[in-house]
Ligand binder design. Sequence first.
Ligand code: C5P
Length: 242
Amino acid sequence: MSPSTSRGRDPATAAGAVAPVLTIDGPSGSGKGTVSRMVAHALGWHYLDSGALYRAVGLAAAWEQIDLSDAEAVAACASRTVIRFDGDGEGEPKVWVNGKDATHQLRMETAGAAASAIAAHPPVRGALTDLQRSFRADPGLVADGRDMGTVIFPDAPFKVFLTASAEERAHRRHKQLKEKGVSVNFDSLLHEISARDERDASRAVAPLKPAPNALFLDSTGRSIGEVVQHVLALVPESMRRP
Ligand code: C5P
C-alpha cells in the first residue's frame, strides 16, 4: 500500500479503472508477501494483500461463532466485516478488523487454515470481489494472492506466479513465526502448509494455479532481493516511480 493509503470497504474508491496491475500469485511461504510489498514500494504503487482479507473474514466469522462450513453465513459475515489496512508502504501494514487491531492474530497458521476453509466457498469469494478490485487505482497496484491474475484482475498487464519447494516455504514460515515470538513445531508446520496448498490448488472455485500468461518464478535458493529485481524488470521504466 502506498504511504497515504488506508482502505475500508467503500467500492467508491475504485478510481482509475485502467491503472496498471501487477499480480503475484503463489502458495503460502513462497515469499510473495514480502516480494509484493517491496515491489509496490519500489514502484510507488498501491498494495493489496488479498490473503489478509480472507484471513480477516475467517477471524470475524470465528468471533461471531459462525460455522465456517456454512457458506451463506460466512458470506454475509464477509459483507459486513470492516477491514482496514494501515501502513507506511514499507513494513507489514497493520490490519484492523471491525475496529480491532488483528495484525498479530491474522499471521497465525490457525488464521491461514480458517482463511483457506472459507475461501473455498463461492459466495464468500463473490462477497470479496468488488472490494479487491477497488484497490486498483493510479499510479498502479501490486496484488498478491492465489487468483489475482486468473480471476480478480485477468486483464493485468503484468503477472507473476511465485513458488518455492514445500520444505523451503515451511522453513521461511517457521523463521517468520519465530521472529514474531510464536513457537511452532517445524514438522507440523510443513504438514499444515502442504495440506493448505493441497486444498487451495484442488478447490473447484478459483484454485491456486498460474495464469496462462504469468511469469513463473521459483524462489528456492534465491534471495528476496534477487526475486524483487526479477519482478521489477517486468515493468517498463516509464511506468516506475521517477
Ligand atoms: O496468502 P495467505 O497465506 O495470507 O492466504 C490465506 C488463505 O487465503 C490461502 O491459503 C487461501 O486459501 C486464501 N486465499 C485465497 N485467494 C486469495 C488469497 C488468499 O483463496 N486471493
